[in-house]
Design a protein around this ligand. Sequence first.
Ligand code: NAD
Length: 289
Amino acid sequence: MTITTVGVVGGGLMGSGIAEVCASAGLRTRLAEINDDALTAARARIQRSLDRGRTSGKLTDARVANILGQLEFTTDREQFRDCDIVVEAIREHLGEKQEMFADLDRIVPGHAILATNTSALPIIDIASATRHPERVVGTHFFNPAPVMKLLELVRSVATDDATMAGARGFGEVLGKRMITAQDRAGFIVNLLLIPFLTQAVRMHEAGFASREDIDDGMRLGCGHPMGPLELLDHVGLDTTLSVCEALHAEYAKEDYAPPPVLRRMVSAGWLGKKSGRGFYTYASDGTRR
Ligand SMILES: NC(=O)c1ccc[n+]([C@@H]2O[C@H](COP(=O)([O-])OP(=O)(O)OC[C@H]3O[C@@H](n4cnc5c(N)ncnc54)[C@H](O)[C@@H]3O)[C@@H](O)[C@H]2O)c1
């Protein structure tokens, strides 16, 4: 199947990056958000990312104009009626994703692939809300999507060969390196990453070490580009909490249980970089205070 037109639903941290990646690959890309304010924020996020590329010399003015020319912004997902693939990147909540997929299934053409960027929810639980679970697949991008090379493909028990081949072709057009995971909560990367991140939170909560020392320890001692607490702020504490809950629900192992302080911080609205406060505090341009 040839993919020329892509829909992305949800233009937050991930969806805006995924839309930028698709547009950069020359695909006509429609980004749908829930309301005008969220749409404006998504557009600004993409613009800032492209501006960074221009400042660093990676992108020319003409290239930026060309990428923006491939993008359309909308609050009406009926616009997806000619899309070859739709990538869903709304928040990590099973009920909301199921509702979204039931609606996308109604809108998109018969040949279209429905892909979810879920971090940890079972693909089959999302697919079962549609009449065509065979065309639902996990395409798990990493943050920031324009920079991170990896794409995790996740096949549910119902996903058919044509959908897998289409998703793989899509990843190739985007220039991603793909790995394939089973439809088990957390797939490959989060199953390994989450216990590490929550262990750092527990260490900090217990007063074992300062947040800076925990982060420096892993950055300077293990060569990680970011320490675990910085990474949590970057990913979003709400997203991480949902992923912990999904892993804990699947495996019932203490390693995956959300640390209480993580839950409290999310209740307080301290979601990390996107809300200006997490383990660290941030200025409105995202720089750390
Ligand atoms: N944050 C990460 O590092 C990361 C990495 C990989 C995967 N994911 C997954 O990607 C998904 C999105 O995560 P995020 O971090 O971008 O979240 P986010 O909160 O930054 O963005 C979610 C966006 O979805 C929009 N939205 C909600 N309901 C909508 C609707 N009905 N129609 C259109 N838009 C709607 C919201 O307005 C918001 O902008 C989640 O499933 C998450 O688990 C996140």
